[in-house]
Design a protein around this ligand. Sequence first.
Ligand code: NAD
Ligand code: UDX
Length: 487
Amino acid sequence: MEVKKICCIGAGYVGGPTCSVIAYKCPDIIVTVVDLNKDRINAWNSKDLPIYEPGLQEIVEERRGKNLFFSTNIDDAIISADLIFISVNTPTKTYGVGKGRAADLKYVESCARHIAEVATGFKIVVEKSTVPVRAAASISNILSSNTKSNSSFQVLSNPEFLAEGTAVTNLIDPDRVLIGGETSVEGQAAIEALSNVYSKWVARDRIIKTNTWSSELSKLAANAFLAQRISSINSMSAICEATGADVTEVANAVGRDSRIGNKFLQASIGFGGSCFQKDVLNLVYLCEALNLPEVANYWQQVIEINNYQRRRFANQIIGSLYNTVYGKQIALLGFAFKKDTGDTRESSAIYVAKYLMDEGAHLKIFDPKVPRKQIITELQHPTITDCPEKARELIEVSGDPYTACAGSHAIAVCTEWDQFKLLDFKKIYDSMLKPAFVFDGRGILPHQKLLDIGFKVSVIGKHRENGGMFKSASSNNILLPSSRVLP
Ligand code: NAD
Ligand code: UDX
């Protein structure tokens, strides 16, 4: 079977870029991305796309109206498609059984029911969303229990591995494409049909074909391994700060072992984003449901260290500012969960801001890509504050980094935007209250230059002394605080 028409349900961070790249690489395939959210679809059809991704605008503009369409007409797109991606959100459940851990599959289920209701003929239904193992069985069940006499389905798992900020390059040149399906002849034919779409631009040996459950579990496993690396290096950053080791040097020395590799070893204020926490929690919940408590506890620690790191960074700021930030102005540089995206879902900056606001700090926040309203909404969310009015009084969103820093006691770098490295730090220093503190939660600033200007500099994973300040590595006068003297 040859796929000629694709429908993608869910025009989000995955559905939008993935289908734009498919349309770009396969001009013979008609790709329609649909969503219930009218505003989102309007934005995809406008000059201001709903998400920021380097290179995406060009690709959308190249194919939109030719073989790439964004629409709210879900039924028509389902009816005419040969292959349907389900690319809707699968957030952590906020209610009922598994609250706070299990994935909420209500959107996936609603798509399956909708497809069963309107589809006619044969369709390949592809689970693109990240789901717990055996979710495809539920989708198959819903489809087969509601199938009309004139329709039939094959369900595949094809998880997405793109990272935000690099989505277009990840999609154009993926490390691998993973497709899982049934071992039956029909299942293998469906895998082949989807594989033929990707093979228009991805080398065949990069397309991995597995059974459905391996594919579903591999996605959770990949995210868990990546998150675990960050928690591992962040746990090392705490040891570095207490001993005089430098986490950048440790990461380099460890990562040079080809068995370990040098990627994903950047110490930080903790991982954010819509995937890592959700998917690790999902894995933990799965292990508990499978009566594997030791395995569940093992993965839960990845989350615990991440929470610890966020809290630790905020505590360092409070501790260094003489144990009180009440009424003090602090500039937060960066609010997105990583650079090159405007996405703030589960951004560690939110938690750092929360801990500082809990202590009565006034925050001036600047991010080059996150709109003002989004920052305020995040910080007024009920999980962050029980008094949104009070939170509103404590937040000011600045239009540029200089305004954010002027009059502040301290700067906290929360996102690794490249532009922060090139700021005029002398100008910033002159505009701040003294002593002027910098807390570099991403390890990206020119630290020696800042020290020379007169800043008190604190860097994640570098030794601190005398009130928590970084001492340059060349110093031969490193004093370990008595509580941290090594055994
Ligand atoms: P998103 O929230 O950005 O987009 C999901 C979209 O689905 C929303 O626009 C929503 O309106 C729409 N939707 C929900 N139910 C619908 C329905 N019944 N009919 C039509 N539209 C519906 O989510 P996302 O970030 O694109 O993530 C989608 C899935 O991909 C999740 O399972 C996620 O875990 C996974 N994933 C995300 C990333 C990422 O970087 N964001 C990477 C890999 C995998
Ligand atoms: C992640 C996975 O990388 C991707 O494969 C999956 O499809 C979706 O989830 P994403 O969350 O978009 O992608 O970004 P990623 O680059 O993985 O960063 C996640 C978080 O970890 C960010 O907050 C980032 O700043 C942080 N991070 C990453 C570190 O703190 N240190 C690192 O070394 C790498």
